[in-house]
Each structure stands twice: as structure tokens, then as C-alpha cells.
Ligand binder design. Structure first.
Ligand code: ADP
Ligand code: MG
Length: 247
């Protein structure tokens, strides 16, 4: 498969007035076209920083990022929907600010909303939607500019457990159906195993790559189904130990 993105020897040092924080010491990984990658690691190890660097919001302090003919879009933890804009207008924001609001692109967004069960909410406001639906809208807003790679930062963590399972399934299906490549940051090991092709486990700060797991199930399916596979707990135990989490 085509390699879309390579991160080589990435390093990030944050400078504050009286201190220097080495957030990322040395991280390398690559991402293949169509892959779903998760990054897990202890809180504060630099997961969000990696996504911010990939989306050019924060400069790196060293290393290289090689992106092959592809564009990146970032989906944040909070859905950040504007309450005074309709669902459609919320989804069109990215196209507006990048000057790409053509009839064709608008139709693409309307089609996405219809395809993914939000057609009847096009002219409604965010307050009319459940948390899970809002998250789906946020995903469609991120897809509007037709990025190749989606970055998801703890995208489901604001939701309750039950909604989380369902929306993980929804988000996974939309990403796969639209043929996108995804890099998801999460602290939820089960979520990562259920959704990913590969999981990158980071050490605590200053972070390096501790291990990379290829997630294989005899019968790979949707995230909810994958949780029931016999291989699931084996991956869970290994990653749990890698993260050195004490009960
Ligand atoms: P994670 O997402 O894994 O929890 P972050 O990438 O948010 O971690 O942060 C990594 C480390 O860098 C943390 O110790 C955090 O306090 C520090 N950090 C993040 N952003 C800044 C900033 N703008 N200035 C200074 N330190 C920062
Ligand atoms: Mg974070």
C-alpha cells in the first residue's frame, strides 16, 4: 500500500518563561493509505502535540514530516459547533474560510449529511441534536474539505460510555466508507484496539515510541463486533502493561 505520511525523529520542546519542557523526545512512524492508526500513551506524553504538529498548528523542534500528495484535517475533542448556525452552515464553515464554497462542494456536504442519517436535521440547530449526532456533524464538517487524512483527538471522550460505543462505530464506518486515512489519539485502550489497524504506544514524557502493534482479528469487523473477538483481551493486556498502569 501507498505510504501517505512519514514522521521521522520528531522532537518537540516547549519553552515557557522559566522552563523548557521536552514533550516529545524522538518519535518515528509511518501511515499507509487507508489505514486507521491510533496513538495511545500516558496523559501528557505529547499525543495532542503530535496532531498539532501534523496539522501545522504548532512548529516541531526537530525531525521531518513527509506528506505525500495528501491533505490533512483535524477533528477536535469538543465538537465546537456554533449554536447560531444550522447544521448545514456549521458543516460549510471550513469551505467558507478556505474559499472553496462551490455548488459542487456544498452538494457533497448535503449528500454526506443525507447518507449518514442527518438529512432531516440540515436546517436544525446544534441544540436539537444528541451528543453522538453532534459528533457525527463534526466529522462531516471535517470531511467537507475532502482531506485525505483525518486527525481525531480524543474525539469521543466527552460522551458517555454507551454513546461512545455507538459513535465509535459510526465514525469508523464513515471513515472507511469514504476511503479516508485516520490517525486517532485516545487514552482508551479498548477503543483503540476495536478501531485500529495499528496502534502506536508511546512512553511517558519525554516520549518515544514504545511499541507498535498490528491489530489482527481472524474475523475483523466493526468496532463493536471487534470487541467480542477472542484476540481482543490479549492485545488489551499487552498494551495495558506497556502503559504501566497500576490498579
Ligand atoms: P497529551 O495529549 O498526550 O496529554 P500534550 O501533547 O497535550 O499531551 O502535552 C504534552 C506535554 O507538553 C505536557 O506536559 C504539556 O503540559 C506540555 N505542553 C503542551 N502544550 C504546551 C504549551 N503550549 N506550552 C508549554 N507546554 C505545553
Ligand atoms: Mg491530549
Amino acid at each position: 500500500m501507498n505510504k501517505l505520511l512519514s514522521v521521522k525523529d520528531l522532537r518537540k520542546v516547549y519553552h515557557t518563561l522559566d522552563d523548557e519542557i521536552v514533550a516529545i523526545d524522538d518519535i518515528s512512524f509511518s501511515v499507509l493509505e487507508g489505514e486507521f492508526i491510533s496513538i495511545v500513551g500516558p496523559s501528557g506524553c505529547g499525543k495532542s502535540t503530535i496532531l498539532s504538529i501534523l496539522s501545522n498548528l504548532v512548529p516541531s523542534s526537530g525531525g521531518e514530516i513527509l506528506l505525500k500528495d495528501s491533505s490533512i484535517a483535524y477533528m477536535l475533542q469538543e465538537d465546537c459547533l456554533l449554536p447560531f448556525r444550522t447544521i448545514l452552515d456549521n458543516c460549510l464553515i471550513g469551505l467558507e474560510v478556505t474559499g472553496k464554497l462551490t455548488d459542487e462542494n456544498k452538494k457533497y456536504v448535503i449528500d454526506l449529511l443525507n447518507t449518514y442519517g442527518l438529512g432531516e436535521f440540515i436546517d436544525k440547530y446544534p441544540s436539537n441534536l444528541s451528543g453522538g449526532m453532534r459528533q457525527r456533524v463534526a466529522l462531516i464538517r471535517t470531511l467537507a474539505t475532502k482531506p485525505d487524512i483525518l486527525l481525531l483527538d480524543e474525539a469521543m471522550s466527552a460522551l458517555d460510555y454507551q454513546s461512545r460505543l455507538t459513535i465509535s462505530d459510526d465514525i469508523y464506518k464513515i471513515i472507511k466508507q469514504e476511503g479516508k486515512t485516520a490517525i486517532m489519539v485516545t487514552h482508551d485502550i479498548a477503543e483503540a484496539i476495536s478501531m485500529s489497524d495499528r496502534i502506536i504506544v508511546l512512553t511517558k514524557r519525554p516520549s518515544t515510541v514504545k511499541k507498535i502493534y498490528k491489530i489482527e482479528f481472524e474475523d475483523k469487523s466493526t468496532p463493536i463486533e471487534n470487541r467480542k473477538r477472542k484476540e481482543f483481551s490479549g492485545y488489551y493486556d499487552k498494551i495495558w502493561r506497556d502503559l504501566d498502569v497500576h490498579i
